[in-house]
Design a protein around this ligand. Structure first.
Ligand SMILES: Cc1cc2nc3c(=O)[nH]c(=O)nc-3n(C[C@H](O)[C@H](O)[C@H](O)COP(=O)(O)O)c2cc1C
Length: 398
């Protein structure tokens, strides 16, 4: 099975339809595709399925109360809204659909929907006459016009004895429709080289100079570019995270090796994203044998490494270039200088002095800087930051 929802965070809203008893199966099918699922159960939903069933299957606390003091201290409604890549309402009751259409924030689920920029998918499930009603259809039309996706209900015999359209589709079909939401074609036909991770500069066969980069931000860009249809070459240094097997993965160690790999492929590439933390210096003459300690000071002569991004930007036929600036002081000034000096299209400024973001953390907060604009991208998961960076980039340059 292709795990097409790997790393995806799905917030499942279960509302007051008789078919809420199928919600645990929807959770299972989403998990089968690799998704991390959290559940919000409305008061209507809780009449048809228990919190305990959904908690046991999702392996996460089920959220239901907007006024939960403890939850507001940790995974509160705004956190849930930011956490989600997609909010799926399955089943969506007629009442829930009406609340969404009128922009109500009267309970936890409707408040989270309003506070989120995640993909919104609605799976209506109700009596066939309710489904056909003018009010329901006009509410669905309004929600679609605002960008929500509607999963068409199945036809057949219903719990109430009627026959018609309004049944919740099979859980596997719902999960597959969610997976489809993440496949876009905005970057199809583009070849993108992304460097990531830290380079290792050898001192001797067992020691090296390196840095704290984990490669997580770069890998989020690899995943997102692939989702957007690009052909990706991932040139990675030292990382401690899994690779995306849909990319052409090339392992490197030193800055020189990374430079050689990038240059070998660069003429076939449309976009170059330099996210690796390339060491600025390497040891001039690494020892072939392990250096023995003898009590004396050890002096290493360091020589500057080639600047991969600057060299790519200097090519006669250069690709569009995105560079990362990890700065700890005068951050904005240094990043703007880097944009000018290197000649790249975009610099993504990363303030690595803040331990909550940047190196090794799962979250980031960056500034997108081009000649034309400077845009703050608020703190969020690296996956969402990657998506935002690419969306702004595509709008300006493609
Ligand atoms: C036995 C029973 C079954 C119901 N089934 C549905 C249904 O399938 N779809 C629906 O939209 N409403 C259904 N309703 C009505 C909703 O439960 C009711 O509108 C509720 O307020 C919705 O709660 P919610 O806003 O939390 O979704 C049903 C009500 C009862 C008593």
């Amino acid at each position: 099975m292709i795990k097409s929802l790997t790393n995806k965070r799905i917030l499942l809203g279960v509302s007051g339809s008789i078919s809420a008893y199928k919600a645990p199966d929807v959770v299972r099918r989403l998990q089968d595709l690799g998704a991390d699922v959290r559940v919000i159960l409305t008061s209507g939903g809780s009449k048809f399925i228990t919190e305990l069933s959904l908690q046991s299957i999702s392996k996460n606390k089920v959220h239901h109360n907007l006024w939960d003091k403890e939850a507001e201290l940790s995974m509160g409604h705004i956190e849930l809204a930011k956490w989600a890549d997609c909010i799926l309402i399955a089943p969506a009751s007629a009442n829930m659909i009406s609340n969404m259409a009128s922009g109500k924030a009267s309970d936890l689920l409707s408040s989270v929907i309003l506070a989120s920029d995640a993909i919104l998918m609605i799976a209506p499930a109700m009596n066939q006459q309710m489904y056909k009603s003018g009010a329901l259809q006009s509410n669905l039309g309004l929600l679609k016009s605002r960008g929500a996706g509607v999963i068409t209900p199945d036809s057949g015999s219903q719990a109430c004895g009627d026959i018609g359209q309004g049944r919740l589709p099979e859980s596997i079909d719902i999960a597959n429709q969610i997976a489809k939401q993440f496949q876009t074609t905005q970057l199809s036909g583009k070849h993108i080289i992304i460097t990531l991770g830290a380079t290792l500069e050898p001192i001797d066969p067992v020691r090296f100079i390196s840095n704290h980069s984990s490669g997580k931000m770069g890998m989020a860009l690899v995943d997102t570019c692939i989702e957007m249809g690009a052909q990706v070459t991932c040139v990675y240094g030292s990382i401690n995270i899994p690779l995306n097997d849909k990319a052409n993965n090339i392992q490197t160690l030193s800055a020189q090796q990374m430079y050689d790999c990038v240059m070998q492929d660069i003429h076939h590439c449309d976009i170059f994203i330099s996210c690796a933390a390339v060491c600025d210096y390497s040891v001039k003459e690494p020892s072939n044998q392990k250096i023995k300690k003898n009590g004396d000071n050890l002096i290493l002569e360091l020589i500057p490494n080639k600047d991969i991004l600057a060299n790519v930007c200097n090519l006669e036929k250069k690709p569009l270039c995105i560079g990362f600036a990890a700065e700890t002081q005068n951050t904005l000034e240094n990043a703007q200088l880097k944009l000018k000096n290197k000649g790249c299209e975009v610099i993504i400024l990363n303030d690595v002095s803040n331990a909550e973001i940047g190196f090794n953390s799962d979250e980031n907060q960056v500034i997108f800087i081009s000649q034309k604009q400077q845009k703050n991208i608020a703190k969020n998961s690296k996956t969402k930051i990657a998506k935002n960076i690419l969306t702004i980039f595509i709008k300006e340059f493609l």
